[in-house]
Design a protein around this ligand. Structure first.
Ligand code: ADP
Ligand code: MG
Length: 245
């Protein structure tokens, strides 16, 4: 093994992938007199840090399970009532996430609830937070099967450890009382520890009917609303609009 091969093998052993990817270029720069020893070392260390940051970001993005990628920049707030450009700018600094506050988006189908939820989730991933996205129907399935299915237990443990849990489409399908209880337990465990974003087409007053339990629903809403920002969106469906266009 020559010196170069030995260095690469040492870097591999130390798992310094970012350094080994950039070392040839940096050696070349240094040898042609463009950088000092110190700059050489600094640049290599920086490349390792940036490689690791990038890998963590990709891992967190994959682990979030977003079904679509939506960006805040693509959200046309002019056509939606119930949230303003200022609201979106304020929420973009993610202080609500640091304060373990929840965001609740209500409104009819096609108004941009999922778009907003995903956009803020993406912002959180980009800022280095761990995020989990689940549709309510899948979340219920996970909760019901977590004792017998390892993959479900694994996903739930990631949910419990996340900084932000997005639960999309609450209310599209009614849930059984037992399922509602599992959901209530989850929200109780996340309470004041994790931010939750919820989207729903059902106003609070019809949640009890959907959950099939008045007392539990009151307790559930109590936890969800204690530290929360609620946005009730209205306007014309974006889906219908675009089909006509
Ligand atoms: P909801 O979750 O309220 O049913 P979605 O967020 O899924 O609606 O929106 C439906 C589609 O319309 C998505 O492709 C979304 O990106 C788009 N959309 C909805 N509202 C807006 C908006 N205000 N600006 C830009 N795109 C929007
Ligand atoms: Mg939706």
């Amino acid at each position: 093994m020559n010196n170069h091969q030995q260095v690469i093998s040492l870097l591999d052993g130390l798992k310094l992938k970012g350094v080994s990817m950039n070392i040839d270029h940096e050696i070349n720069e240094a040898e042609t007199g463009k950088s000092s020893y110190l700059t050489f070392l600094k640049t290599l260390l920086e490349s390792e840090v940036s490689y690791r940051r990038d890998r963590k970001l990709k891992r967190n993005l994959a682990g979030a399970h977003f079904q679509v990628i939506k960006k805040l920049e693509d959200f046309d707030f002019k056509r939606v009532k119930g949230i303003t450009r200022t609201d979106i700018a304020n929420l973009s600094d993610l202080t609500w996430l640091d304060n373990h506050e929840n965001l609740l988006f209500f409104g009819p189908p096609g108004i941009g609830k999922t778009h907003l939820a995903v956009s803020f989730g993406l912002k959180a991933v980009e800022a280095g937070y761990t995020v989990c996205f689940e549709r309510m129907t899948r979340l219920i399935r996970l909760l019901k099967s977590s004792e017998i299915q390892r993959s479900a237990a694994f996903r739930l443990s990631r949910i419990m450890k996340s900084s932000l849990v997005i639960i999309d489409e609450i209310g599209y399908t009614p849930i059984e009382k037992k399922e509602a209880n599992l959901f209530f337990n989850l929200v109780s465990e996340l309470y004041e520890k994790t931010s939750i974003i919820i989207t729903s087409n059902k106003e609070f007053d019809s949640w009890a009917e959907m959950m099939g339990d008045q007392v539990m629903t009151v307790a559930l809403l109590d936890r969800l609303l204690h530290h929360a920002k609620v946005f009730t969106l209205d306007g014309e469906s974006y889906r219908i609009d675009r089909k006509e266009a």
